[in-house]
Design a protein. Structure first.
Length: 259
């Protein structure tokens, strides 16, 4: 029997005192400590140092805004990724991801017989004009890549990287919940998570060391969750009024005598 991840956050909240703005959270925005990359690992001029992420729901899309501690126009070799475990999808994989990096996600602990894992993987880069990919776990293998709705980045003293992806491409609808973590890495195929959003401490001490996102309650470095908001009833009422007014206007125009 799968244990809902929300339960883990009840205990995590007791352990952390708050989950709103801590390293592990369930409310956007999510923050990460600055400078939490091992001193023996190149931090890409600070661009590999994740500072936080904000998630917003706009219509039928999700927007992930990742903030990093450096200028991606000056140093742009770091890669940025998001691992997602959806409650609506199958249990996902607890080993690996769409890019086959040594990065894992698990949101129920062993020894439960059915730990949840990663179902979706967003990989991106900011060099060569930038780009992004969405990969999906089909229960046996990673499929893709497919395109996101949009991807962009804004260089600066701190840089912002924006991902927009449709709810449907993640198998989500209003009211659904998912777990996630964001990572920075290098350009090598075996490079791991040199920084992880949900972990305020050093994530790895060597480039190829495996990293697993797991709730602190179960001994992990941290894991975030997000619930897709359900539109307020007033929004539906306002939309219905707007449609009714538009319909009345059209009927009046249709019945008005021609001049």
């Amino acid at each position: 029997m799968q244990v809902p991840f929300a339960v883990t956050f009840v205990f995590a909240a007791l352990a952390l005192g708050t989950v709103a703005f801590g390293a592990e959270g369930s409310t956007s925005p999510y923050s990460d400590a600055a400078g939490d990359i091992d001193p023996g690992i190149n931090n890409a001029g600070g661009t590999a140092d994740i500072l936080g992420m904000e998630i917003t729901t706009v219509g039928s899309d999700l927007n992930f805004k990742l903030t990093v501690n450096g200028n991606v126009a000056t140093t742009n070799w770091a890669k940025f990724m998001i691992g997602i475990g959806s409650y609506n999808a199958p249990l996902g994989t607890t080993t690996g991801n769409g890019w086959n990096r040594p990065i894992n996600l698990q949101y129920t602990p062993n020894p439960f017989p059915a730990p949840g894992g990663m179902d979706y993987w967003i990989g991106s880069w900011v060099d060569g004009g930038g780009g992004s990919q969405l990969w999906t776990w089909d229960g046996a293998a990673w499929t893709g890549p497919t395109a996101l709705t949009s991807f962009s980045f804004t260089p600066g003293a701190t840089s912002e990287i924006n991902y927009t992806v449709s709810l449907s491409s993640l198998g989500l609808a209003p009211g659904d919940q998912f777990t996630f973590d964001a990572y920075s890495s290098g350009g090598g195929g075996t490079d791991s998570a040199i920084d992880a959003l949900a972990n305020p401490n050093v994530s790895i001490t060597s480039w190829d060391q495996a990293y697993t996102s797991n709730p602190v309650t179960f001994g992990g470095g941290g894991l975030n969750s997000y619930t897709v908001p359900v539109p307020e009833p007033s929004m539906f009422a306002a939309a219905a009024v707007g449609v009714a007014i538009a319909g009345c206007t059209l009927r009046r125009r249709a019945t008005r005598s021609p001049r």
